[in-house]
Design a protein around this ligand. Structure first.
Ligand code: ADP
Ligand code: MG
Length: 261
């Protein structure tokens, strides 16, 4: 968990070619009313693969992520997560919620619960884990994100970076197979961004399958097996970070990169 972001080295790939894809989107379409927000989005994420998604505001990144764990519903196309087809089958939905961890831009911690209680809530009530065991697990992950000493405090007593690390620890307590991050550092002050990215690098080093929506291109360079560029509801380009950043093939990506780099 001590990886530094200021190195140029890309961490070793953990893609598992012997396992079925962790996530499959096949020509997914979604509308909000008459607004077409996902247009024939196809994306396959291998087990152990790390995908960074970038693109202008309003391009459909959050909507795509939210469709993957069914916080939103798509109207056309297929989404398969860890072998579960996302349809109206409630059991499949339960499985997906258990297997997919999500971290949002706003940390979404429960303000009236301690850090420890935030982390043990779902394991106790969803996984039916005994309280003691859930607390041990929570302390394990709070130690991993380097804030075991904050366990008995309330979210409001922690910095933004610490709260986001709690959100990551809380997601990990459900032992997810896949982690989805939606701009986890964009609400943070600059000095706190690195501590959160370091935590995410550590997860990547452990071989976690991840989709991260982020504009932290240093993180993408170090961690991503693949970068996906979205614009106006479409996947416009994708490829290895170096290739995509140094050699964009569309004007849309060139324009986007010139604005963020
Ligand atoms: P991004 O995450 O790339 O900024 P979003 O997925 O949040 O983009 O949004 C894509 C488009 O869908 C935007 O035009 C946005 O205004 C619209 N949108 C997002 N959520 C909703 C919603 N709940 N209801 C209606 N429109 C929405
Ligand atoms: Mg978004």
């Amino acid at each position: 968990m001590s990886a530094a972001l200021d190195t140029d080295t890309h961490i070793a790939s953990s893609i598992r070619t012997d396992a079925p894809p962790a996530i499959l989107l096949d020509r997914v379409n979604k509308w909000y009313g008459s607004m077409h927000v996902l247009r024939d989005v196809s994306l396959q994420v291998a087990t152990g693969e790390r995908v960074v998604v970038c693109g202008p505001s309003g391009s459909g990144k959050s909507t795509m992520i939210r469709c993957i764990n069914r916080l939103e519903q798509h109207q056309e196309g297929r989404i398969v997560v860890d072998g579960h087809e996302l349809a109206d089958d409630v059991r499949a939905l339960d499985a997906i919620r258990r297997e997919v961890g999500m971290v949002f831009q706003s940390f979404n911690l429960f303000p009236h619960l301690t850090i420890l209680e935030n982390c043990t809530l779902a394991p106790i009530w969803v996984r039916r884990m005994p309280k003691r065991e859930a607390e041990e697990l929570a302390m394990h992950y709070l130690t991993r994100v380097k804030i075991p000493d904050q366990a008995l405090k309330y979210p409001g007593q922690l910095s933004g970076g610490q709260q986001q690390r709690v959100a990551i620890a809380r997601a990990l307590c459900m032992k997810p197979k896949i982690m989805l991050f939606d701009e986890p550092t964009s609400a943070l002050d600059p000095e706190m961004i690195k501590e959160v990215l370091d935590t995410m690098v550590g997860l990547a080093e452990d071989g976690m399958t991840m989709i991260c929506v982020t504009h932290e291109m240093g993180f993408a360079r170090q961690v991503a097996d693949r970068v996906v560029f979205m614009d106006r509801g479409e996947v416009v380009e994708q490829g290895a970070p170096e290739q995509l950043f140094s050699n964009p093939s569309t004007e849309r990506l060139k324009t986007f990169l010139s604005q963020i780099l």
